[in-house]
Write a protein that binds this ligand. Structure first.
Ligand code: MTE
Length: 335
């Protein structure tokens, strides 16, 4: 499937290689014996330029992302985290607990066909297939800070749509107070779901939740892309949540189910260690995690580990407009 390029990039659809053509080319090259040579070059770490380079790269079998067309919606002048870093330093325990595990182990993850359902306390349950994820709502780019509770942060250009738009379409009943989310459960594809050792002792599927008013807050988005293209699997393809004022673990990846409920839903990290992780998990420099001070953060930009900027963490990760959602709550506690 082909998604149109953003016209602003002055690229046309002709610049995108259709997957079927890509596969045909690979088959032809395989028959000619070129792919073997390419793989050999990759194995020997050769970086020389040449006509076979596209195939000889060790990413030849990598998951293929597709350019998206979208409208730019917010202005964020902070230095963006380079795409290469945002797509290779990840937390996705279904593929292992190491930061490099997801990029290494998720490349053959199947995202098409996909099925995402919105159900529970709604008038009109919805089911979206893979292509619907990109065509049902207008896509926009939003550049957000992502702050992990491990005290690192990134600035990422996401592409997606407001979670509110899909919830509105499903028409919540007045009894709906919370929204729960569930990641795909597929142990065949996700090694961390097959083994507690690989998957960090998490009880899968990974689940998350928001209060309905948090879910309807316009900043809350479902992301189907980043850096102008569809998401790679390590970042939660084909669709993930992004809640920029909360710690990164709330931003659940590869979602298959969204359920509106009247009870506060369980969340993966609370289930695992309720003394360390709360339901709300709003970024709060005043409240430390037992293992990580939350006062400052390591902003991941283009530099190496030693040159990365240590900066002050801001309440609500700088998205103060959400503070009114928590009026009357004691924010000194680690929620
Ligand atoms: N979603 C699932 N299903 N499994 C996970 O392990 N990790 C979370 C979150 N979503 C996680 C997940 C954590 S701890 C963080 S910090 C972010 O994803 C990281 O997102 P990124 O890898 O795109 O930076």
């Amino acid at each position: 499937m082909i998604f149109k390029f953003d016209k602003a990039n002055s690229l046309s659809e002709n610049d995108v290689t259709d997957e079927s053509i890509y596969k045909q080319r690979r088959d032809i090259l395989k028959k000619l014996g070129y792919l073997g040579a390419g793989s050999l070059l990759a194995a020997s770490g050769s970086a020389s330029a040449g006509p076979l380079d596209w195939f000889s790269s060790d990413k030849a079998e990598a998951f293929k992302t597709t350019p998206l067309s979208f409208k730019k919606s917010n202005l964020n002048l902070e230095i963006q985290t380079p795409e290469q870093k945002a797509t290779s330093y990840n937390n996705f325990y279904e593929f292992g607990t190491g930061k490099g595990d997801p990029v290494e182990k998720a490349q053959s993850f199947q995202v098409d066909p996909w099925s995402l359902s919105i159900e529970g306390l709604v008038e009109k349950p919805i089911t979206l297939g893979y292509e619907d994820l990109f065509s049902t709502f207008n896509l926009e780019e939003r550049i957000y800070r992502l702050r992990c509770v491990e005290a690192w942060s990134m600035v990422i250009p996401w592409v997606g749509f407001s979670l509110a738009s899909i919830i509105k379409k499903a028409q919540p009943l007045s009894s709906a107070k919370y929204v729960s989310f569930q990641t795909l459960y597929d142990p065949k594809q996700m090694p961390g779901q097959r083994s507690r050792f690989v998957g960090g002792g998490v009880d899968y599927p990974y689940v998350e939740g928001l209060r309905l008013d948090e879910a309807m807050q316009p900043l809350t988005m479902l992301s189907v892309g980043m850096y102008g293209k569809t998401l790679p699997p390590q970042n939660g393809a084909p669709i993930r949540l992004v809640v920029p004022w909360k710690y990164g673990f709330k931003s659940i990846k590869s979602i298959v189910k969204i359920v509106l409920t009247d009870k506060q839903p369980p969340t993966t990290w609370q289930n695992l260690a309720s003394d360390e992780y709360g339901f709300y998990a709003n970024v709060n420099p005043a409240v430390d995690h037992p293992r990580w001070s939350q006062a400052r953060e390591r902003r991941i930009t283009s530099g190496g580990l030693l040159t990365q900027n240590r900066i002050d963490t801001l309440p609500f990760n700088g998205y103060e407009e959400v503070a009114s959602l928590y009026k009357g709550m004691d924010l000194r506690k680690f929620y």
